[in-house]
Design a binder for this molecule. Structure first.
Ligand code: HH2
Length: 381
């Protein structure tokens, strides 16, 4: 009988270090020799002369190993005087953030224990024109009935939106947005225990929604469209979902281009998180969202899903909103959004496996079952 070979990628992580000076790279590679960590060094650009190459930063070192193996690296680096202490600390905090699964989010006293299981954010569009359910719940009585049904089917959060942000959508007046959402928020928050979030980028709308009982602001602009949004959230002790968007809903799908789609979205989210922290929003009230479909092509959306785990390095729980979106319709050639349920299920399952802690969905009953099954496989600690 011949030899038995098995191969598995499960459990190994890769840390990419960019721009490390050549002398420090050499020390790092020497330290690694005594460990089982794998290292791959990508050379400096060949356009540099040999002398320039000697002093120029190497472009990239990729370290691979299990979490335990990689954790043994920082004590070794700490003993090297020529390696800055910040490098070992950065590697440690990167690992901590990436491996962390015990997030608890405080929504004005209501705590979401995101480490226990994936949480379901049920979408309530009180709009005449949302891309998949526009007009269905525009009337307050029907909106409330739909919200109650979603809670019964497993929703942990109800996300109420009064303005559609579908591609090409025009902004709505503040008055009209308030007219649609405030009566529903008031009734709903007096009836249900689950936190209610308001899907708005206008701080003036957020203030009134929070005063009506909402406890989360879901801001598609990542605190960018209204300069005082971060302060409003902080002052009310609310939680916030910071989402990435490139452009505005009106122009975001006009040929979005990125050099490095994951890197650029991560930088943008990191800057938004800094805005939040500076305004006084505490860490355990911040969630991040890569913004599927908001200034992204089909390829961008698929890349984000495939590499969703990389956003874990930012150290905030990930919210994922793929439900019924156009990219699923493109993959499956299905024009009608409500018929994209199986495609949505695939993205929810894969998104959870990659680290999403909250999934924002229309089909709460189905997606709760998808999430429970995926959780049982992923087995969060
Ligand atoms: N997607 C939509 C709206 N708000 N918020 C977050 N955090 N993440 C998302 O992916 C997201 C969002 C768009 O979906 P929908 O609300 O169903 O449609 P419309 O904007 O047409 O009302």
């Amino acid at each position: 009988m011949g030899p038995v070979l098995r191969i598995s990628g499960h459990g190994a992580l890769a840390i990419t270090l960019k721009g490390l000076p050549a002398d420090q790279s050499a020390i790092l590679l020497t330290c690694i020799r005594s460990t089982q960590i794998g290292a791959e060094q990508h050379p400096a650009p060949i356009s540099l002369s040999p002398r320039e190459q000697a002093i120029a930063p190497v472009s990239e070192i990729v370290l691979t190993g299990t979490p335990d193996q990689l954790r043994r690296l920082s004590p070794l680096l700490a003993r090297e005087p020529r390696i800055p202490a910040s490098l070992a600390q950065t590697i440690d905090s990167l690992l901590d953030n990436y491996l962390r699964s015990d997030y608890k989010i405080d929504c004005r006293g209501k705590v979401l224990d995101l480490g226990s299981r994936t949480h379901i954010m049920g979408i309530l569009n009180v709009t005449p024109d949302s891309f998949s359910d526009g007009g269905l719940y525009a009337d307050a009585t029907r909106a409330l009935e739909h919200a109650r049904n979603m809670v019964t089917q497993g929703a942990d959060i109800i996300d109420i939106g009064g303005e559609s942000t579908r591609p090409g959508a025009n902004p709505l007046t503040e008055e009209e947005e308030l007219r649609r959402i405030i009566p529903v928020i008031e009734r709903l928050t007096s009836e249900i225990a689950a936190p209610v979030s308001v899907d708005t980028y206008k701080s003036s709308v957020a203030i009134k929604a929070l005063n009506a009982g909402a406890s989360i602001v879901n801001d598609i602009s990542g605190l960018r469209f209204s300069p005082d949004m971060a302060r409003v959230v902080a002052d009310h002790g609310a939680a916030v979902v910071i989402m990435h968007i490139k452009g505005t809903p009106r122009d975001m799908q006009m040929n979005p281009v990125y050099g490095d789609v994951i890197g650029e979205i991560m930088d943008h989210l990191e800057e938004s998180a800094a805005i939040a922290l500076k305004a006084g929003i505490v860490r355990n009230r911040i969630m991040i969202d890569p913004g599927i479909g908001f200034g992204k092509t089909l390829e961008h959306n698929l890349t984000i899903l495939e590499r969703l785990d990389e956003f874990r390095a930012l150290g905030f729980p990930i919210v994922l909103g793929t439900s019924r979106k156009r990219f699923i319709g493109t993959v499956l050639d299905i024009a009608e959004p409500k018929d994209r349920i199986e495609g949505s299920a695939a993205t929810v399952a894969l998104g959870i496996q990659r680290g999403a802690r909250i999934v924002r969905v229309h089909d709460v009953g189905y997606m709760t079952k998808v999430a429970r099954t995926t959780d049982a496989i992923v087995k969060r600690k």
